[in-house]
Design a protein around this ligand. Structure first.
Ligand code: UDP
Length: 318
């Protein structure tokens, strides 16, 4: 019997590469596309020897072509950290809009399923807490984060339109803060930044007073949620994330403790538009997918620490 194939855009990125591994492990053939503007070949090089894995360097905002049948297109390509999308504002807008259009068009041509990697940023700086899927958000279209937030909101609208108008089997994952091995050391997000600082014995750079909240989901838990959503019948947006909310100062304390260093903090200016609170309401994912995160923060941080230690060691030797 022929294996089922999937296309994963952004497959050499942090989430995309974990998803490539999972789909291969589940017996799928994987076509991984990435233009490597924020992805890294090193994230998937170990898969090159697998006969069922195919990598193509490609910008998915341009015409894309895949030979043969597909079971699903999973659109994960996008700069995804605040400093990345501030440095790549046009590419971020293009991959969320043109890239979503192109990948939806491909899924339609193949008559296959489509899963959009959307984001908690659709809720902006939320006025409702925790955020459930019915909340429409509080987004500033012209603020610095607007390039990402509005691109993803457009992507959701486009995905729903292809579902409603063309009858495409679409899925939308609203992904909240996720962490784990393969995050870029310099992506500016709080976890890589704090881990690197802790391992170098530097103070942790807490933005603002550190009272803003987030909740952090370990990558394997997130991938399990994506897997279940892909195979479900749910077409509306579905939150995936860890509801264990904490302040950034509390998070700094956890990172320092797992790295076994004394907590030192230096406060920096809070970036414009930084959401004050964020916590997913995952009742829908619990109900429809029977999904919830399994790993607590300490276990997840311990698993992640080794990766950062190794990468920092390699960077020091280079
Ligand atoms: N943050 C911080 N220090 C850093 C990087 C980030 O205090 O060096 C804060 C940031 O202000 C935000 C939270 O950590 O409130 C999460 O930031 P991140 O960039 O990881 O993702 P976001 O959730 O804002 O998209």
């Amino acid at each position: 019997m022929r294996k089922r194939r999937v296309l994963i855009t952004g497959g050499a990125g942090f989430l995309g590469s974990h998803l490539c591994e999972r789909m291969l492990a589940e017996g799928y053939e994987v076509v991984c596309m990435d233009n490597l503007i924020t992805g890294e070949l090193g994230n998937v090089e170990h898969l090159f020897s697998e006969p069922e894995f195919h990598y193509e360097r490609r910008d998915v905002t341009e015409y894309i072509h895949v030979v043969g049948d597909l079971f699903a297109v999973l659109h994960f390509a996008s700069p995804a950290s605040p400093i990345d999308y501030l440095q790549l504002p046009i590419q971020t807008l293009k991959v969320g809009s043109l890239g979503t259009h192109k990948t939806l068009g491909l899924a339609r041509a193949k008559g296959c399923r489509y899963l959009l990697a959307s984001t908690s940023e659709c809720y902006g700086d939320p006025l409702v807490h925790p955020q459930s899927e019915s909340y429409c958000g509080n987004v500033d279209p012209v603020g610095p984060r607007g390039v990402y937030d509005e691109a993803k909101r457009f992507a959701e609208a486009m995905t729903m339109a292809y579902g409603r108008f063309h009858g495409l089997e679409t899925r939308i994952a609203r992904i909240f803060n996720t962490y784990g091995p393969r995050m870029r050391l310099d992506d500016g997000r709080v976890l890589p930044t704090f881990m690197c600082q802790a391992l170098r014995g530097e103070p942790l750079s807490v933005f603002g007073d550190g009272g803003q909240t987030r909740s952090f989901c370990y990558v394997d838990d997130l991938v399990e949620g994506i897997w279940r959503l892909l195979h479900s019948n749910e077409r509306g947006p579905t939150n995936l994330g860890n509801p264990d909310e904490m302040t950034i100062l509390e998070f700094a304390r956890e990172v320092a403790s797992v790295a076994e260093v004394e907590l030192q903090v230096v406060h920096r200016e809070l970036p414009e538009g930084d959401p004050r609170v964020r916590q997913p309401d995952i009742s829908k994912a619990r109900r429809l997918l029977g999904w919830e995160p399994k790993l607590d923060l300490r276990q997840g941080l311990q698993r992640t620490l080794g990766y950062f230690r190794e990468r920092l060691g390699a960077a020091a030797l280079a």
